[in-house]
Write a protein that binds this ligand. Structure first.
Ligand SMILES: Cc1cc2nc3c(=O)[nH]c(=O)nc-3n(C[C@H](O)[C@H](O)[C@H](O)COP(=O)(O)OP(=O)(O)OC[C@H]3O[C@@H](n4cnc5c(N)ncnc54)[C@H](O)[C@@H]3O)c2cc1C
Length: 878
């Protein structure tokens, strides 16, 4: 590597050629594949730091996307004020965009200007394709081959090869038979294409189809559009750049660009608190109209905070867009064909258009729905569907790309130990931060899978990736290291996080190119990182700040590895914790009991209510010493049903029938059982063993009154959360010792099972995850004297555990109580009790009860519901 600040032109070394000859391989610090937005900026930055760099592109000029996609109507769909470089404020002042959404020629001339202004072309080799790259372990270098037979050796290899640069080949029988003109939007000819007087077919109605169709229709004598999937599109309302955006940009350019970097999608904008699921019709319409008028994708995608999370909210917007389509397209059948119905809005990239839907009102334009009339074959003169033959002069394929992974694995890349990237990614890509992948040292991807990429304004994402990589290489060099590679632990953790983020959204429900679903045989994996440009940048910054957490460095500087996982909490749990931290609430244990109860009630009032159930009845039952309030939840299905006696959480001090209400509704709906939630006596007014005694009394009362409650005699289980799980477990032990009532199962969610507070989870998770070690101490102190705490009635782990009902024990990874829950599961299993243990990965003590807030808990709650059902004889449920 060259030394800092001193620039060196690439050197060369001799390698064996194919017939025993010798070839001089160019030797540089960095090879960059691609001379689009990414490659150009990367070259500029690497040069400034003195890295010898060679950029290679298959095109014969710079521009990437904007070099290739020259079809009529090609434009960006992020406002050009934002879809621009921001790295050089001086340069920014030199360039003025003429339109809100610039055309392809204008963006291409912008990128050409960048190449000239920064004198980049001299290090770019055009009309050259990289075909293979192999890691040479002995030299710690990459050996690359081009389609011209050249060899290049480099220390670092960067694929700035684009996410949408490998067109998807048409998978239609007879595609090569057609004798007329054939065009691909993604490889449009450089010379003018004139459709005047021509009969034209356009196959595909994604972004490129939607942009080009109105212009092709304006020229052609006849246009037939073949649509597989109807897509959502909103009017671009193109014109001069938005005065509002320009004003914000020119008033304080630095602040505007900084806001973009820390925004969700890479464009500054409001983040709404309005839920589409619960807003009034008036607010829904008002917000939709404003977004519709703005003509910006990120505006409409941000119209509600739950648009991409909640099907109800999503359908509100989807239907409003369909209304608009119906109001524009005159023929009702055509309008229905154009109305998207097979995916939630936004789960496939929505489009921005100019007169797209209106085009179908022209007499010479027609749409064919390929779902109803699939293409049988392309013929010499046109195309046959299953029931009609068409003749054309030209066919335009707007059939999209093998997105994100396609261009990367198109190169034959071989890493350590001869493993190829194609093999490694066979079941879907695996990356650390979407930047690097284990087993492939010194290899980087720009806007790769696992980064915000195509879900963001890519100009912002590209600059962020380039900056991160260049800073990393600079630091690596300064510390005398030659190689960098992510660890498999860090990579697995990131992949999991990317998947967790997608799993709580509606995105994976669509057969989209984000999922690889448009390419036959491609694994179905949600490719981009959905949590946002801001969350992503924070993760990358944190990795660097933690001395490159999860990376292994090696070289003359020795070995360095700070292994670990950057994001371990479920994304929605992390959001809850961040929101709470922002409120700077006092710790509960610093409050009086009365204050703590008032505080909890205030928090409860703000929650979503939980699902509807058939019926909810409040009543009073007899407890150990006094009457106890209870709340009964009855499923909507016809009864009678088995019954679950439920005990709320709250450390024996807090909690009430209201505190666990959403969770009880959820358990009732999912398990199809009657839930009887019991308000046992609380400490400090009624200390140990009042709560435990009440729990046992409640179980007896419920068993005795099962039929009156709409239950089935003998079909009883218990459930509880935290301290409620503690008394539920105790009730099982007491019932066994008393010879009844029969309890068929116990569900213990993050239970308190032992007063000992020295297990590792108490140290690992002492603070920061709502339930703290200090709070648990406060609960114990209010509940029981020290001498009583080791009693099995307080610490059921200390009791006799044989002959207890089958148990489901759910523990949360970031919970001080985790290990005592695990210990209880293990001890029950050792005592011969059938036990199922679920570890809620990335969850905290409280998160699984946060119904409709922490969506990532839904799957575990579903498993709780199923387990409850499994406690009861199947015949009863039938
Ligand atoms: C029609 C269209 C409109 C778009 N509009 C927007 C928008 O409005 N906003 C937005 O954020 N994004 C948009 N995008 C995404 C766009 O791809 C990115 O914004 C951006 O241009 C990507 O730049 P890049 O340099 O990373 O990749 P690209 O521009 O795709 O450049 C990659 C280059 O790598 C070259 N290459 C690939 N493999 C090899 C190889 N093996 N050997 C040699 N060369 C190779 C290709 O020839 C290509 O020139 C759009 C994409 C398309 C297709």
């Amino acid at each position: 590597m060259t030394t800092r600040g001193r620039r060196r032109r690439g050197g060369g070394h001799t390698v064996p050629g194919e017939n025993g000859s010798s070839i001089v391989a160019a030797e540089v610090d960095v090879v960059v594949v691609g001379a689009g937005f990414s490659g150009l900026y990367l070259l500029h930055r690497l040069r400034l730091l003195g890295f010898s760099t060679k950029v290679v592109d298959a095109a014969d000029d710079v521009g990437g996307t904007w070099y290739w996609n020259r079809y009529p109507g090609a434009r960006c769909d992020i406002p050009t004020t934002d879809y621009s470089y921001s790295f050089d404020p001086e340069f920014e002042l030199e360039w003025t965009w003429s339109e809100k959404y610039a055309t392809q020629p204008e963006i291409l001339s912008y990128l050409r200007h960048v190449a000239d202004r920064y004198d980049l072309r001299r290090d770019i080799e055009f009309s050259t394709r990289i075909e293979s790259a192999a890691w040479d372990e002995s030299a710690s270098r990459w050996r690359l081959r081009t389609d011209r037979g050249e060899q290049v050796s480099c220390r670092f290899y960067v694929m700035a090869s684009g996410c949408l640069s490998l067109p998807k080949a048409p998978d239609i029988e007879g595609a090569d038979q057609f004798r007329g003109a054939v065009y691909f939007t993604s490889k449009w000819p450089h010379e003018n294409v004139d459709f005047t007087g021509k009969r034209v077919a356009v196959i595909g109605t994604g972004s490129s189809g939607i942009q080009s169709i109105p212009l092709i229709a304006a020229q052609g004598a006849q246009l037939i559009v073949f649509q597989r999937t109807a897509n959502f599109s909103i009017p671009a309302r193109n014109g001069p750049p938005s005065a509002e955006r320009l004003a914000a940009l020119t008033t304080d350019r630095a602040a505007y660009r900084e806001a973009a970097k820390w925004s969700r999608g890479g464009v500054p904008g409001e983040i709404t608190e309005v839920s589409g699921a619960t807003a009034t019709e008036e607010i829904r319409r008002e917000r939709f109209e404003a977004a519709w008028e703005a003509g910006e994708l990120l505006e409409i995608l941000g119209v509600f905070n739950d648009l991409m999370l909640n099907p109800v909210a999503n359908e509100v917007v989807a239907e409003m867009i369909r209304e608009r389509i119906r109001s524009v397209v005159v023929d009702p059948d055509t309008a229905e064909t154009l109305c998207p119905r097979d995916h939630p809005f936004g789960t496939k990239r929505p489009c921005l258009d100019t007169n797209y839907f209106k085009t179908y009102n022209l007499p010479h334009v027609r749409i064919v729905d390929l779902r109803k009339h699939p293409i049988a074959a392309i013929t010499e003169s046109g195309l046959d569907t299953n029931d009609e033959s068409f003749e054309f002069d030209a066919i335009v394929y707007a059939t999209g790309f093998d997105a994100m992974t396609g261009p990367v694995v198109a190169v034959d890349i071989t890493g350590r130990d001869g493993v190829t990237l194609r093999e490694k990614w066979m079941d879907g890509p695996s990356t650390y931060l979407g930047l690097t992948t284990a087993g492939f040292p010194n290899f980087f991807t720009i806007t790769g899978p696992g980064s915000p990429s195509v879900l963001s304004n890519m100009a912002v994402s590209i600059e962020q990736h380039v900056d991160w990589i260049v800073d990393c290489l600079d630091r690596l060099r300064a510390r005398g290291f030659e190689t960098i590679e992510p660890t498999s632990v860090a990579e697995a953790g990131w992949n999991q996080h990317v998947e967790d983020c997608a799993a709580i959204t509606l995105y994976p429900t669509a057969d989209s190119w984000y999922m690889g679903a448009n390419v036959p045989g491609k694994p179905r994996v949600f490719l981009p990182y959905v949590a946002g440009v801001d969350a992503y940048r924070a993760a990358c910054d944190e990795v660097a700040a933690k001395d490159y957490l999860g990376y292994r460095f090696a070289g003359p500087g020795g070995l360095h590895c700070n292994d670990g996982v950057i994001r371990r909490l479920q994304p929605d749990v992390a959001m809850v914790l961040e929101a709470m931290a922002a409120m700077e609430l006092p710790p509960i244990e610093s409050m009086s009991v009365a204050e703590a109860r008032t505080f909890m009630q205030a928090v409860e009032a703000e929650r979503p209510p939980g699902p509807e159930v058939g019926e909810i009845i409040d009543g009073v039952m007899s407890g150990a010493a006094q009457g106890l309030d209870y709340r009964l939840y009855r499923p909507a299905s016809p009864g009678p049903h088995p019954i679950v006696a439920y005990f709320h959480g709250g450390g024996w001090v807090l909690g009430s029938l209201d505190s666990d209400d959403p969770f009880c509704r959820d358990l009732c709906a999912r398990s199809d059982t009657v839930i009887v939630s019991v308000n046992y006596r609380h400490a400090p007014e009624a200390r140990f063993p009042a709560a435990a005694d009440d729990a046992f009394a409640a179980v007896r009362w419920i068993a005795a009154h099962a039929i009156e409650l709409g239950g089935i005699a003998g079909q009883l289980a218990v459930a509880g959360w935290s301290s409620g799980a503690n008394v539920a477990a105790v009730a099982c032990q007491l019932a066994r010792d008393a010879g009844g009532p029969d309890i068929l199962g116990q569900v213990l969610l993050t239970p308190v099972t032992d007063a000992v507070m020295s297990r590792p989870s108490y140290e690992d998770n002492a603070d920061g995850y709502v339930m703290t070690a200090a709070l648990m101490q406060w609960f114990w102190d209010h509940y029981a004297d020290l001498a009583d705490r080791s009693e099995p009635k307080a610490s059921p782990l200390r009791g006799e555990l044989s002959n207890l009902p089958p148990a489901l024990i759910v523990t949360a990874e970031f919970d001080p109580l985790r290990d005592e829950g695990v210990a209880y599961a293990e001890a029950l299993a050792s005592a011969g009790v059938p036990v199922r243990h679920l570890l809620a990965r990335g969850h905290i003590h409280t998160s699984l009860t946060m119904v409709d807030v922490v969506l990532s808990g839904a799957d575990l709650r579903a498993q709780m519901g199923e387990t409850v059902q499994s406690f009861f004889p199947a015949t009863v449920l039938a």
